[in-house]
Design a binder for this molecule. Structure first.
Ligand code: NAP
Length: 221
């Protein structure tokens, strides 16, 4: 199964990704930003690294912490949610908070991690959302939609720079986590089973695209 990196794995979908890849026999390296998250990862058998993905000074140490490892799968999972709709302008502080965790962290991790994924010809996936698609835009969660659309562009634009890796964005579906809430139709186990299965089917034709958890490929942005 090889080596898997999960960035932002203290709870929710990231923690379950670490769990399911460990169960498949992978070596899992996973990051969290606090002691409780690091402990949860170590208790599962993952190698846990402390990284705050919204802090450039913390992300800049990632390559050094990974120390030349070859990665079969890397996943950027960290994300923040904001429900405010398009009639509510975000404060600068809230804009910075979401864009740092959802976009800046991914853009800073990407050049450090992608060469390690190229070593195996592996897959680097970034947790986006169906809400990122301009073709399906609603007026709710305005800033969140903007951040995930920006993430999609960051990934698609970076793909040609690392041609021996496959870079994709991933829609986990509406999932029962702290972010998704209890009313979501998918359990975290179901969502992650779908993501892991879908990641196993990625081909060169998927480069730069959004893949849904059930294996569907987004036809339009
Ligand atoms: N759940 C859904 O329905 C759904 C749907 C579509 C897309 N997604 C996307 O899937 C991803 C995972 O979502 P989730 O449902 O698992 O969310 P969640 O339960 O709210 O967990 C968010 C995760 O992101 C981490 N994180 C946030 N900011 C971070 C930072 N600065 N540094 C390091 N880690 C950070 C959190 O760590 P801490 O514990 O340290 O806060 C936590 O592990 C997100 O990108 C989300 O946008 C989720």
């Amino acid at each position: 199964m090889g080596t898997v990196l999960v960035l932002g794995a203290s709870r929710g979908i990231g923690l379950e990704l670490a769990h399911q890849y460990l169960a498949r026999g992978a070596r899992v390296i996973a990051t969290a930003r606090d002691d409780a998250g690091l402990q949860r990862l170590r208790a599962q058998g993952a190698q846990a690294l402390r990284v705050d993905l919204a802090q450039p000074g913390s992300v800049s140490g990632l390559a050094w912490q990974l120390d030349g490892v070859k990665l079969d799968v890397a996943l950027y999972v960290a994300g923040l949610w904001d429900a405010d709709g398009a009639a509510t302008p975000p404060t600068q502080a809230r804009f910075d908070q979401l864009m740092h965790a959802n976009v800046l962290g991914a853009m800073q991790a990407l050049p450090q991690v992608a060469p390690m994924v190229e070593e195996t010809g592996g897959v680097f996936g970034f947790l986006s959302s169906a809400m990122s698609l301009i073709s399906e835009a609603g007026s709710d969660a305005w800033l969140y939609r903007v951040s995930k659309a920006a993430l999609n562009m960051a990934v698609a634009a970076a793909q040609p720079v690392w041609p021996r890796a496959t870079l994709v964005t991933l829609d986990p579906g509406w999932t029962q986590t702290d972010m998704g809430g209890a009313a979501a139709p998918l359990t975290v186990e179901q969502s992650v089973q779908g993501l892991v299965r879908t990641l196993g089917t990625v081909t060169a034709a998927d480069r730069g695209r959004l893949l849904h958890h059930d294996g569907r490929r987004a036809e339009r942005w």
